[in-house]
Each structure stands twice: as C-alpha cells, then as structure tokens.
Write a protein that binds this ligand. Structure first.
Ligand SMILES: [Ca+2]
Ligand SMILES: [Ca+2]
Length: 436
C-alpha cells in the first residue's frame, strides 16, 4: 500500500505551505520588502455531498433466529436466519456459546461444513470512500492452522486476510484481531461479501463488522482527507463514531454549528473548520482523536480552525487527543475559546501535546478554560497548556484559565523570539534568516 507515501506527501505539502506563509510573515517583519499576500490566497472549495445514512446493520450478527445454542450451521440460500445477511455459498456456522464472541454473544465460523460466504447489500454514495472494520479469528478446533478470509465490495476489490491459530488461543480466548478494509462506492448500493477460503470445517471466525462512510475532500490548504460528516446544515448534534475517517465533522463550504455532540474516533481531527467558514462549537464532547494506540505522529487535534475560519468554542470537553486539544492557525483565523475543559494524557513519552494552541497569525481569546495534563517526558520539545506560537500576542487575549499538571502552563513564542530559539525550531525551518 502507498498510503504512507501519500500521507507523507500530504504532510510535506502542508509543511511547505505553512513554511512559505511563515516565511512571508517573518520577512514582512524583518525586511523592507513587501511580500505579496498571494501565498495565502484561498482555493475555491468544491461542493461535496454529505453522505446519506447507510442502512448497513447487524454487523455483530447479534440479531437472528433464536436459540442457536452452541452453534447452528446455515447453508447457501439462507437469507432469513441472520438479519440483514444472506449465506451466498457453501455453509457457515452461526456461533452461539461454542466460543466467546468478539462483540456481544454471537459470531460466525465462515467455514460451516466447508467454506462458506455471507453478504449484505446496503446503500452507498457513488464516489465516496468507506471503511469496513471487523474482528478476525480462526476456529482452533481443527486444521489448517492458517485461516483465510476474503472481503469483497465489488469487482476488483477483494482482499484476503489470514489468521494463524496459535497454542495461546482457546474457545474462551479467541485472540480476535481487528482488521480494516477500504472501498470506494461505485453505485448507490454496495454488496459486501465475506468468503472463507479455508476448505475445511474449521474456518476463519468473523464478528463485529462496522461500515463507516468517509467522504473524500481537499482542504483549503491542499490536503486530501476523509471525513465522516462534511458541511452539515444547521446544528450538528448527537453521537458520531468517526473511526476509519481522518476527520469527524468538516466545514469547508458552509457555516454552521455543533451543539450537544459526541464526536470520537477520527484519526487527525475531531472538528475541522476550514476556508473562512464560521462555526460555533458548544456543549460537546470530543475524544479519542489520533492513532490507536497513540503515536508520535503530529496529528490528532480535537478542534481545529484554519485558513480564515472563525467562531466560538465554548463549554466543550476535549480529551484523549494525540497532539492538541484545540488548535487555531493561520492569518484571518479568529476563535474565542471559553469555558472548555481540555484534558491531556498526562506525562507521556510519545508526543509533546498542547492543550490549546493559537499559531501562525491566528487571533481570538482563551478565557475561563481548564487545561490539564499536557506533559512530554522526551527531550527537545516541551508540552504546554496554552501555546501562542508565532502570533501577535496582543491579538490573543487570555484570562481566567485554570492550569493543572502541564509541563508549561503558558508559552508565548513569537517571531521576535528568534534569538532565543537559535538552534531550535526557528533555525530548523529557517524562520530567522538574519541570524548568523
Ligand atoms: Ca457478535
Ligand atoms: Ca465449522
């Protein structure tokens, strides 16, 4: 897979743009040459359809015929025993008490008496990408040791997954392994098929299938990301599991608000407000934003405003973020953050977290927030509760914030800090060209 390379390219692009912008600002300050503001011109953002709700259901196989006991073998053509699913070839065992499910109390041996297949058809939006997650194990009661399962969402998309049964495994401890499968819909409905490629009665075990719709988008800054929800109208509220998507809720071509929402599971951003949009975020809980488990990758931001976005962020709780609780960045971006609770991960070695960050010319205020537990145990970098990085300090008002257990509570790093930053960030990124 070239996903990593694509991601690196994207990060490189963002860094180049940020660097150019920063450089242009620094030059504005330190040189008599006027730099054109062309570098911060906004892209025209293409309109994207929000994903329609999908009807994929019963991915954990909990709903179906009653009283299956230890297990019940189901044969090709059976479209009633497991709700929403049909057995499309061979046979599968609908497992009850025989082994411990990954989720709930039911799961499948994808080889019943021999290799079998199941399928479900659900509505999709053509052109949008989807992520399928599932838990895979193998029937430990017989040969072969390696169990093989194929996943297919239409022509040319099949991928096979292997599971090796080990002596550590038992029926009560199946060592379920999380797996991920991606596809891009080509039609308004998609059939997802799981097929055993283990021709015995002891096949791959399957449970806990989830399908998450993620929309492809390009940010104003040129990054290609996927989001669970794009430009929702009016007020967005309710629970959003954004697992498998880069972003939970993204605003790029219309303004709106988020209130009483619970947003979690996105890899890079919980809420991303872009491209001059105005969004108010209030009374919401945003958590688990980053890699699983958390890594040192410099993403994983609960609430992010950039490229001229504006709004108020008030009385939210943000926790379990990888990099920053909130980050507001770029000239023209203006956010008032009031009364939020931002909980870092405490003392961690993997990344230098920041609670709330204003950077690269953003403005606004941070008042009455509680910022807790941002502390990096590694070298070279420092975690901060409230970070003002390359902003005009008088453009970001701070008052009545309550800091607890942060490595540094407040750090103000401006372009004028260059002489103190020599050898550090500013030199690395050549932001202090006048230094020897
Ligand atoms: Ca289940
Ligand atoms: Ca079987």
């Amino acid at each position: 897979m070239s996903t990593n390379n694509l991601y690196r390219q994207r990060v490189r692009l963002i860094r180049q743009k940020k660097f150019l912008k920063s450089l242009s600002r620094v030059k504005k300050i330190f040189s008599s040459l006027a730099i054109s503001s062309g570098l911060v011109a906004y892209f025209v953002f293409p309109a994207l359809a929000a994903p329609t709700p999908i009807s994929f259901a019963n991915g954990s196989f909990e709903d179906g015929i009653p009283n299956i006991g230890s297990y019940k073998t189901l044969y090709a053509g059976d479209s009633t025993s497991i709700d929403n699913w049909r057995v499309t070839s061979g046979s599968v065992d609908y497992i009850g008490t025989y082994w411990k499910a990954a989720d709930g109390s039911r799961s499948l041996d994808m080889s019943g008496n021999n290799e079998g297949a199941i399928a479900q058809t659900f509505s999709t939006v053509p052109g949008l990408s989807y992520t399928v997650t599932f838990d895979l194990s193998g029937n430990p009661a017989g040969e072969p040791t390696t169990k093989t399962l194929s996943v297919d969402a239409g022509s040319g998309t099949a991928i096979t997954y292997n599971f090796n049964v080990t002596s550590n495994q038992s029926l009560q401890n199946m060592l379920w392994q999380p797996e991920k499968y991606n596809f891009t819909a080509t039609s308004t409905s998609t059939t997802l098929t799981f097929t055993s490629e283990t021709p015995s009665a002891w096949g791959p075990a399957l449970d806990n299938v989830n399908v998450t719709p993620c929309t492809n988008l390009t940010t104003a800054n040129g990054a290609n990301l996927t989001a669970a929800v794009v430009d929702p109208s009016g007020t967005f509220s309710g629970t959003l599991d954004a697992n498998g998507c880069d972003v939970g809720v993204y605003y790029g071509s219309q303004s709106g608000s988020i209130d009483n929402a619970k947003i979690y599971g996105a890899k890079e951003y919980g809420v991303f407000v872009d491209n001059g949009q105005t969004v108010n975020v209030s009374n919401s809980y945003i958590f688990k934003i980053g890699d699983t488990p958390p890594s040192g990758n410099q993403y994983g931001v609960g609430i992010y405003y950039t490229d001229g976005a504006t709004g108020t962020v008030s009385v939210n709780t943000v926790s379990e973020y990888q990099k920053n609780g909130m980050a507001f960045t770029d000239e023209g971006t203006r956010v008032d953050a009031t009364g939020n609770t931002v909980n870092g991960s405490g003392e961690v070695p993997n990344i230098a977290q920041n609670g709330i960050e204003f950077s690269y010319g953003a403005s606004g205020s941070a008042r009455g927030n509680t910022i807790n537990g941002n502390w990096y145990t590694g070298s070279n970098w420092t975690s901060t509760g409230l970070l003002l990085f390359d902003v005009s300090a008088n453009q970001v008002k701070t008052s009545n914030n309550k800091f607890m257990n942060n490595q540094r509570n407040l750090a103000v790093i401006t372009a004028q800090s260059c002489s103190h930053q020599y050898g550090g960030f500013y030199q690395t990124y050549k932001l202090c060209p006048y230094l020897p």
